[in-house]
Design a protein around this ligand. Structure first.
Ligand code: PLP
Length: 391
């Protein structure tokens, strides 16, 4: 089988049989579109459960909010991490009970907290005094978990700065929550998405241990740690296997908390759905090397604004497959819109066969997470990315 870029064989991303299925399924469909293989999402869920048996899963809906994805995870027994009341509404519409939903965004309008509470949601994330007061006023008696600041070092897609607070601030918030009649339930953190350094969970867990002990001295017993997301998907530079992440993280928990550890929650997004997705795109144009143009430019019918926003800063490097043959050349890959920001990869050169041609279909693997859900804007009049479910 031909290579997908550099040294990665296509078989790292799909089997020959699956690739045939993808091609057959896409034959009559107009590009660009995303295909999500639900059986792969379900397999990933089972793998997580197998490797982290006592851990409660809250799927991060934002990663891929397709109804079919939510429904299949609902049937598997997953809980859900919602970012907004719109996601909460979607979950309720799909029959997810409110007890299985956590309102995991630390940035919330007062009326949205009241709405979630009225719908039966009783678990909220927070990291600031302002948000905590809103929760106390609008969701009395609810469980609250406090998000710790992390540095996101080692993550392809960092989630630091905007979220979380220093342990000293969290300590004060916990005491305040208790005094306001809320239930300080636990702590959370997110080590950054596609986190390659498993040790980051260890660092965050030691902050949790410190806080568990500090507030216990005030008579407050925290009961839960939410380890967030950050688990890997298969992009161009391989990360460790999920089994290694699970094994190491469970070991860190044992080391810090022993057998009598608190309830453990995870909020996987990318790791559950990314590998299940393939975007099928078409080469619109190839602009050949010229005097002032050191590289070929290859323009696709999908770009940053059509679903590949995670190519910002070239953070996420998708495996892209061409069926053409021949000697390989470095190219600059760009999207279709009239915005010069819409370049996918320029610093990191992709290598394509010289026989790559206009109208050819390319297959972008590992695109089940943070693609279609980002493409809702009709920039340049382009419609949102279509998605099809395959089983
Ligand atoms: N939990 C929260 C609060 C998040 O913001 C995110 C991603 O943005 C996730 C979980 C999912 O993270 P990942 O996709 O790395 O699994």
């Amino acid at each position: 089988m031909r290579k997908v870029q550099y040294d990665f064989p296509l078989s790292d991303f799909t089997s020959e049989a699956d690739f045939k299925k993808i091609k057959e399924f896409s034959k009559d469909k107009e590009t660009p579109f995303l295909i999500v293989d639900l059986s792969k999402v379900e397999k990933m869920y089972d793998k997580l459960v197998k490797n982290m048996p006592y851990v409660k899963i809250y799927y991060a809906v934002k990663a891929n909010p397709l109804d079919e994805v939510i429904s299949s995870l609902r049937d598997k027994g997953s809980n859900f991490d919602a970012a907004t009341v719109y996601e909460i509404d979607q979950l309720l519409r799909l029959g997810v009970q409110p007890e299985r939903i956590s309102y995991g965004n630390t940035i919330k309008k007062e009326k949205d907290i009241a709405y979630a509470y009225q719908k039966g949601v009783r678990m909220f994330a927070t990291d600031s005094e302002s948000d905590l007061h809103k929760i106390a006023r609008n969701a009395p008696g609810s469980r609250v978990f406090f998000r710790l600041l992390t540095e996101s070092d080692g993550a392809d897609w960092p989630l630091s700065r905007k979220f979380g607070a220093h342990p000293d601030v969290i300590y004060e918030l916990i005491i305040e929550a208790h005094n306001m009649g809320l239930e300080p339930y636990g702590l959370s953190f997110h080590v950054g998405s596609q986190q390659r350094d498993i040790g980051q969970w260890d660092n965050a867990l030691s902050k949790c241990k410190y806080l568990f002990e500090a507030v216990a001295l005030e008579g407050i017993k925290l009961k839960m740690i939410n380890l967030g997301g950050g688990f890997p998907a298969k992009y161009m530079s391989p990360a460790n296997e999920l089994e290694t992440y699970a094994h190491e993280i469970l070991r860190f928990i044992q080391e810090d908390f022993g057998e009598d550890h608190p309830e453990i929650i995870i909020e996987p997004g990318r790791s559950l759905v990314a590998d299940a997705g393939v975007i099928v795109t078409e080469v619109i144009m190839i602009s050949k090397k010229a005097k002032l143009n050191q590289y070929h430019w290859v323009y696709l019918d999908i770009g940053k604004f059509g679903g590949l926003i995670e190519t910002l800063d070239e953070c996420i490097k998708y495996p892209i497959y061409s069926e053409s043959e021949g000697y390989e050349e470095e190219v600059i890959l760009a999207g279709p819109t009239c915005d010069s920001m819409d370049i996918l990869y320029e610093d990191h050169k992709y290598v394509f066969p010289e026989s790559l041609h206009e109208n050819e279909r390319l297959y972008i693997f590992t695109t089940g997470a943070y693609t279609q859900s980002y493409s809702s804007i009709a920039f340049n009049g382009l419609p949102p990315l279509k998605a099809y479910i395959m089983r």
